[in-house]
Design a protein. Structure first.
Length: 319
């Protein structure tokens, strides 16, 4: 897993009750630190790597050190969709269609939203856009409202620099501000009225009732950015991109190839001046001597480490 992929896992751990989640330091973290202008930290991590990892005896025999030990084979783990109304109600994509029928979930996917703080790394965005390119080449259009929320100014500027933002917009995506947005209810939704039952799929980290759009009848489901994008081109909550096909512009069956992407930007991360202005190194601070609200801080008296600590009262004794 990439460094940002590990970040997604640890972030989502909190959503299902984990007090904390950690990954030991590994080789995937070094290039990320360097790419994000933290080379001195990367050097320190490399120097003290053994102190940032599990002890070898714990790594080799974890069941001897933990009350519970679970091993997950990621190669065998099928993509999941979770929800509605809670991030810990999950099922594999292969069982989603039958559950839609059994529980009467609205089949139409009214909106597909990717991004957020949890799932908008450069890797996430490049993997998502790889599916956009496949669909566009086949002449397939999105069937759901498609919204993209870059997780930071740096990600926004980088995917804009690399043309990814334009590719999302070319297929009809609406790019929102680099903020929490619909994840915390800042979504002025116009396609559905309050009380109208509908299903949405996001790559956000929370999906509680009314959280995204204020509508208690909106069923919010969560999945990976790649799965959200693939399902946006189908417009259906029953679509399984692992097995199902869509019709291309010529009426032929089209099936998505597995997504691919870059962990880090080849041309480096882009950023622009965020408005921060360093304080001037010259100048004078002037405070009105009659002010009742402002005053200069007076320095503390210089300490004497010997005389200042004589005859101190004893507050507690321990034997």
């Amino acid at each position: 897993l990439s460094a940002t992929g590990k970040g997604t896992v640890t972030n989502m751990g909190a959503e299902i009750g984990a007090t904390t989640s950690t990954f030991g330091y590994d080789d995937e973290m070094d290039p990320y630190l360097r790419a994000t202008n933290r080379a001195p930290i990367a050097d320190l991590c490399k120097q003290y790597a053994s102190h940032l990892q599990s002890d070898p005896e714990v790594e080799n025999n974890p069941e001897k050190f933990y009350d519970e030990y679970h091993e997950i084979d990621l190669d065998q783990l099928e993509p999941h969709i979770v929800g509605p109304h809670t991030p810990d109600l999950g099922r594999s994509i292969s069982t989603m269609a039958s559950e839609v029928d059994e529980k009467g979930y609205p089949e139409e996917l009214s909106a597909a939203l990717i991004g957020s703080c949890t799932n908008s790394s450069y890797e996430d965005m490049t993997r998502a856009v790889s599916l956009v390119r496949q669909a566009k080449a086949a002449g397939i259009k999105v069937k759901s409202n498609f919204l993209v929320t870059p997780g930071s100014e740096q990600i926004y500027e980088t995917i804009k620099q690399d043309g990814i933002l334009a590719e999302f917009e070319d297929v009809g995506a609406t790019v929102l501000a680099n903020a929490c947005g619909p994840c915390i209810g800042q979504w002025k939704r116009e396609d559905k009225q309050k009380g109208e039952a509908n299903s949405i799929l996001t790559s956000y980290n929370r999906n509680f009732a009314k959280r995204n759009d204020g509508n208690p009848e909106t069923l919010g489901f969560i999945s990976s950015p790649e799965l959200v994008v693939a399902m946006a081109f189908s417009g259906s909550m029953k679509f399984n991109p692992l097995t199902d096909s869509l019709k291309d512009k010529d009426g032929n069956n089209f099936k998505f190839d597995p997504p691919s992407g870059n962990i880090l930007p080849t041309n480096g991360y882009s950023s622009k001046d965020g408005g921060y202005e360093e304080p001037t190194k010259t100048g004078e601070v002037v405070i009105n001597p009659t002010s009742e609200r402002l005053a200069f801080l007076e320095p503390f008296p210089k300490q004497d480490p010997i005389e200042d600590y004589k005859d101190l009262p004893v507050l507690i004794k321990a034997q």
